[in-house]
Design a protein around this ligand. Structure first.
Ligand SMILES: O=C(O)CCC(=O)C(=O)O
Ligand SMILES: [Fe+2]
Length: 356
C-alpha cells in the first residue's frame, strides 16, 4: 500500500471497533456433502437435500451469513490464488500501480477505496470471472451505452491469471449449487434463478489488509452490505470479518474455520425474496501486528437484469415491496462513486422501496 496512516482513515466514533470483540460460533456451519451424494434435481425431495435446504433457509432468514464445509472446491485452487495474491501485494507500489484501476476500467489494482466516504485500510485487486464484462457505460439514469471492461493482469507473478481463472470457475460452480439451494428455500424450482446469470458480471476481489498502526480508529472495510445475489468469501486464518448480529445489533467476529467458505446474502436476494431475507451489514477490523488476506467472490447476474421481487413470491398478502430497477445501473453507480464528488450518497436498495 502506498499510503501513510492519516485522518482520511479515521472512522466516526460510533463506527470504531471496540477492543476485544470475541470470535464466536454464531455463524451457522453447514455441511454440503449431501450435494455430492444426492445431487439436486428439480423438485428434489430426498431427505438429505430437504434437510440441507431447511438449514440454509434458517441461516438466510435468521443470520444472513453462514459457512460451508465439504463444498467440493479443491483446496489447491484456493492456495494457488492465495500465494499469487501474497506475491502480487508484496511487489513495489509502482509495479502494482501499472495495473491500477481508472475511470474507464474499474478492474485491477486499487489502494484508495472509500466505504461510505471514509478511506479503507486495504489494497485490492479485482477481476471478473469471464475475463471481460459488459456493463452500462455509467450509472446515470437513462444510460443506454454499454461498455466492455477487460481484466488487466500484472506481469508478476506469472501464474496470476491462471491461478485466478481456475479458482473462479470452481467458485462459480459452487455458487450455482448454492443458488439452487437458495431457490428451493423460497419454494421455487431449483433452477428458477439460474437464467439471470447467463451473461453474469461476477467479480472476484483479492483483499490485502496490511498491519495498521491504529486499528482502534480505522477499518479494513467500513460497514456495508454486498450488492449482488450473495458473496462466497475465503478468509485466511487471521480473523477480522465482523458481522452485525440481527438479534441485538452487536458486532460479532467470524472465527476462521479451515477450508470453509463464508456465504452472505446480498441486496439482490433481499429484493428477489421480497424481504424474506435481508442482506446483513458487515465490516473488517484490523490488527496492529498482523496482515490479513481475503478473497470474496461476488455473484452478480447479467447487467440487463431487472431487480424486482420474484413474481411467484408476490401475492395479495405479500405485495411487492420494491419498484423495478436496473441491476446494471445499481452496480455501475457504485463502481463510479469513488471518482465522483465524495459527498454524493451511493444508490441503495431502500431508494427503490415502495411506500406500501
Ligand atoms: O475481508 C473480508 O473478510 C470481507 C471483505 C468484504 O466485505 C468485501 O470486500 O465486500
Ligand atoms: Fe462485503
Amino acid at each position: 500500500m502506498g499510503s501513510e496512516f492519516g485522518p482520511a482513515f479515521i472512522q466516526k466514533p460510533d463506527h470504531r471497533p471496540k477492543p476485544n470483540i470475541s470470535d464466536v460460533e454464531s455463524i451457522p456451519i453447514i455441511d454440503l456433502s449431501p450435494l455430492f451424494t444426492a445431487p439436486i434435481t428439480a423438485g428434489d425431495n430426498t431427505l438429505p437435500i430437504r434437510t440441507l435446504v431447511a438449514e440454509i433457509e434458517a441461516a438466510c432468514r435468521e443470520v444472513g451469513f453462514f459457512q460451508v464445509i465439504n463444498h467440493g472446491v479443491p483446496i489447491e485452487l484456493l492456495e494457488r490464488v492465495q500465494s499469487a495474491a501474497r506475491e502480487f501485494f508484496a511487489l513495489p507500489t509502482e509495479e502494482k500501480r501499472r495495473v491500477r484501476r481508472n475511470e474507464e476500467n474499474f478492474l485491477g489494482y486499487y489502494d484508495m477505496e472509500n466505504t461510505k466516504n471514509v478511506r479503507d485500510w486495504k489494497e485490492v485487486f479485482d477481476f471478473c470471472v469471464n475475463d471481460v464484462m459488459t456493463v452500462p457505460a455509467s450509472g446515470e439514469i437513462g444510460e443506454t451505452r454499454i461498455q466492455e471492461i477487460w481484466n488487466r493482469w500484472p506481469e508478476y507473478p506469472e501464474n496470476m491469471r491462471d491461478a485466478c481463472m481456475n479458482y473462479s470457475k470452481a467458485i462459480e460452480d459452487l455458487s450455482f449449487k448454492l443458488l439452487e439451494l437458495v431457490a428451493m428455500t423460497l419454494n421455487l424450482p431449483a433452477k428458477r434463478l439460474n437464467g439471470y446469470f447467463k451473461d453474469s458480471i461476477s467479480r472476484i476481489r483479492l483483499n490485502h489488509y496490511p498491519p495498521c498502526p491504529s486499528p482502534d480508529l480505522a477499518l479494513g472495510v467500513g460497514p456495508h452490505k454486498d450488492q449482488g445475489a450473495f458473496t462466497v468469501l475465503a478468509q485466511d486464518n487471521v480473523s477480522g470479518l465482523d458481522v452485525k448480529r440481527k438479534s441485538d445489533g452487536q458486532w460479532v467476529r467470524v472465527k476462521p474455520v479451515p477450508d470453509s467458505y463464508i456465504i452472505n446474502i446480498g441486496d439482490l436476494i433481499q429484493v428477489w425474496s421480497n424481504d424474506k431475507y435481508e442482506s446483513t451489514e458487515h465490516r473488517v477490523s484490523l490488527n496492529s501486528d498482523k496482515e490479513r488476506f481475503s478473497i470474496p467472490f461476488f455473484f452478480y447476474p447479467a447487467h440487463y437484469t431487472i431487480m424486482k421481487p420474484i413474481g411467484e413470491l408476490v401475492t395479495e398478502d405479500n405485495p411487492a415491496k420494491y419498484n423495478e430497477f436496473s441491476w446494471g445501473r445499481f452496480f455501475r453507480s457504485r463502481r463510479s462513486s469513488n471518482f465522483q464528488k465524495m459527498r454524493v450518497e451511493n444508490l441503495q436498495i431502500y431508494h427503490f422501496r415502495k411506500n406500501n
